[in-house]
Design a protein around this ligand. Structure first.
Ligand code: IVH
Length: 693
């Protein structure tokens, strides 16, 4: 088989399994097997750049290049839909349709709550993906859309039109949304208000690599093109499903208002158990001939209408406004409510965001307030029932001092939130910073949990992150619920955290706006904490992803003498405050493309891979014409061995390999292992629920 054939076979297999997983929710192979195939394809493409293809499954991981979004005119305008808000309005629309058309057929679909997209396909390959924009001209977001696993890059079958467009919605399932916001919260970044904003914001990300990690999904609901050869919408979607698109099965073919009403009533309730957001039902005339007869206005077709679900609302009493202090000192006002049932859950609290929002609503304690579930998730207060207001009530006064430590609050320019500036003596800030420091993605001090941190703080044993490194097992052992064994474990895992690489230490410090990724960029750019501390604002701005807000936060952090004192103590404790220099052990494997196969006695496969890289070689997953060495262990696969022999690849044993790399200096496998970077992980998405209609 030629390289090109191998590449094509792998691409086909990966496309097939991708569809199984992301469209059909019925994976046919394990994640591991999928990753292996992908690796193999990546290696082949790297070694044979002449076969590169923007629609290869390897392109789904995205890139770190900065995207620019060119404006592109839609071949067919992207109209919007007229909305109806009551069954009566809907019945009026049906009446108008039926004046023109006798016995129309209707298709009812869910109205997905995301952002509209138009996908263009040519000869079965994704050519372009364009946002709706103003309906005439949109942004070319192809690079980002390629990373969405449910979007087919290459179509199945052979009966698709040579050129066509298919429109649909890019949305963020709740599971991805919750994960994204949880990460943003931990990193002190602004949260997305709802999955729709998160989907739209993500689609406009400048790095497709980031889009790839955010778990977007895409469902298609409208075909557009000339002479497509279908006589109805339902037929067109049926074919589109066969071509590999994700088409919702939550649809119904209806003949009258009663059936449409039934569909609406069903989904108004059932949508709460869907894993993605919806905000209504779309009712479309099914037959294309009938659509033609009805026509469109310049804004919307007359053959379709949206029925919008009412946002679920409840009226309840605002008992009290309390204030939460986050680890960065940010104050969040919280409405404490008389418990009320809303969309299936009891709501007792709602977020109020900031002082401006309270003022805009003119909230008063004791008011009867309307509570809604914003994007179905976070309850928010949308209004006050003034007719029920106690005439003697007074406007709410926003706090001027921290509810935890009493310090006077500050409001930074351009920020909506108030902050408590008393970083070193305000309890929730101190505890919040330590909890952030021990997190898995930071210092990974697993044996310490939130409760233990609180216990250590209450007992005066830990007041800042540096105190962790002077803790003694005897001190911990005396605390309630903690015996000698757990005390020893805690001390052990604190000690192990000294091996955590510099970029994670930097993230763990909890500098405002310096999340995991920014910390990585800063570490790579400056190489050491010392260099970051010395950097001028302009120099900080030179690092990737660092803008004015982040640079200022870094400057503020290092201007605080207490932070400097803590850093000095961390340095003495032995934490890594410098990036590992990627020292190459030697160049003895330069130019070698090595495949490892079988089991080995002295090193694990990961160690061998790391050794290959540390000595300037390249590790490949599969034997091909580019392979120069096959590192063969016991139980090597006979097929691999045969292939290598056929291609005349040199086969070496573990011992020969060791001799090759130990020409001059001694090797240290574990050091080299630590330097290998893990590949970006692929998120599994929650399966779509089974069809009910
Ligand atoms: S059909 C010309 N079907 O709703 C008709 N739109 O408010 C094209 N939407 O821009 C749209 N689910 O982004 C259609 N099942 C569905 C939909 C849907 C969500 C969005 C779409 C459109 C917006 C109009």
């Amino acid at each position: 088989m030629t390289i090109e054939q191998q590449i094509n076979e792998l691409r086909q297999a990966l496309n097939y399994h991708n569809h199984k997983y992301y469209v059909e929710n019925a994976p046919a192979i394990s994640d591991f097997e999928y990753d292996q195939m992908l690796r193999q394809l990546q290696d082949l493409e790297t070694l044979n750049p002449e076969f590169k293809d923007p629609n290869s499954p390897t392109m789904r991981v995205g890139s770190d290049l900065t995207n620019s979004f060119n404006s592109v005119r839609h071949s067919f305008p992207m109209l919007s839909l007229s909305n109806t808000y009551s069954l009566q309005e809907l019945q009026e629309w049906i009446g108008k349709v039926e004046q023109e058309i006798s016995h129309p057929e209707y298709v009812c679909e869910l109205k997905f709550d995301g952002t509209a997209i138009s996908l263009c396909y040519e000869n079965g390959h994704l050519l372009r993906a364009i946002t709706r924009g103003d309906g005439e001209v949109g942004d070319d977001v192809t690079e980002n859309v390629r990373t969405i696993r449910s979007v087919p890059l290459t179509l199945q079958g052979d009966d698709y039109p040579t050129y066509f467009e298919i429109r649909g919605e890019i949305f963020m399932p709740y599971s991805s949304f919750d994960k994204l916001n949880a990460e943003r919260e931990q990193q002190g970044e602004q949260l997305f208000a709802n999955p729709r904003n998160a989907a739209a914001g993500t689609l406009k990300q400048q790095q497709s690599q980031i889009v790839a990690k955010r778990g977007l999904d895409c469902t298609l609901y409208q075909l557009a093109g000339k002479n497509l050869g279908f006589s109805s919408h339902s037929d067109s979607l049926e074919s589109a499903r066969k071509w590999g698109f994700k088409i919702s099965s939550h649809t119904a073919l209806c003949n009258n208002f009663k059936q449409i009403e039934e569909f609406i009533r069903y989904w108004d309730e059932a949508r709460h158990s869907l894993p993605f957001p919806t905000d209504g039902i779309v009712i479309k005339v099914n037959r294309y001939a009938d659509r033609m007869a009805l026509g469109s206005t310049s804004k919307a077709p007359k053959w379709a209408v949206a029925y919008k679900f009412k946002a679920e609302q409840a009226l309840t009493k605002l008992l009290k406004v309390t204030y939460q202090v986050g680890r960065t000192g940010a104050i969040t006002p919280v409405a404490n409510l008389e418990p009320v049932l809303l969309a299936g859950t009891t709501v007792k609290r709602a977020t109020l965001h900031n002082a401006d929002q309270i003022a805009a609503l003119d909230l008063r304690e004791g008011d009867m307030v309307y509570v809604e579930k914003g994007g179905e998730i976070i309850p928010k207060i949308t209004g006050v029932e003034i007719s029920e207001r106690n005439p003697s009530s007074q406007p709410l006064q926003y706090i001027t001092h921290c509810p935890e430590c009493g310090a006077e609050l500050v409001r930074y320019e351009g920020e909506a939130k108030h902050y408590c500036p008393n970083q070193s003596h305000c309890r929730p800030q101190i505890i919040g910073r330590i909890i952030h420091f021990i997190r898995r993605k930071a210092m990974n001090i697993e044996s310490l949990g939130e409760e233990t941190i609180e216990l250590l703080f209450e007992n005066g044993l830990v007041n800042n992150i540096a105190d962790l490194y002077t803790l003694k097992a005897e001190q911990i052992a005396t605390l309630p619920r903690l015996g000698e064994k757990s005390a020893r474990n805690i001390i052990q895992s604190i000690a192990s955290s000294c091996d955590v690489p510099f970029h994670r230490v930097l993230f763990a410090l909890g500098i405002r706006f310096v999340g995991e990724t920014t910390a990585k960029y800063l570490a790579a750019h400056f190489g050491s904490l010392e260099a970051i501390m010395k950097a001028q604002r302009e120099e900080l701005l030179e690092a990737e992803e660092v803008g004015g807000k982040i640079a200022d936060a870094i400057m503020d952090y290092f201007a605080d003498v207490q932070n400097i004192a803590i850093i000095e103590r961390l340095r003495s404790a032995g934490l890594k405050l410098e990036a590992d220099k990627s020292v190459k052990a030697s160049d003895s494997l330069a130019g070698e493309n090595i495949v490892i196969s079988g089991t080995f006695e002295q090193y694990s496969r990961d160690e061998l891979k790391a050794l290959i890289e540390a000595h300037g070689g390249k590790n490949l997953a599969a034997v091909s014409a580019n392979t120069t060495l096959l590192l063969a262990g016991a139980k090597i696969g006979p097929a691999k061995l045969q292939k290598a022999q056929k291609l005349g690849v040199r086969i070496i044993s573990e011992q020969e390999f060791i001799e090759m790399i130990s020409t001059n200096e001694a090797t240290n496998a574990s050091d080299a292992t630590a330097k290998t970077e893990t590949k970006a992980e692929v998120h599994a998405q929650q399966p779509i629920q089974g069809s009910l209609f």
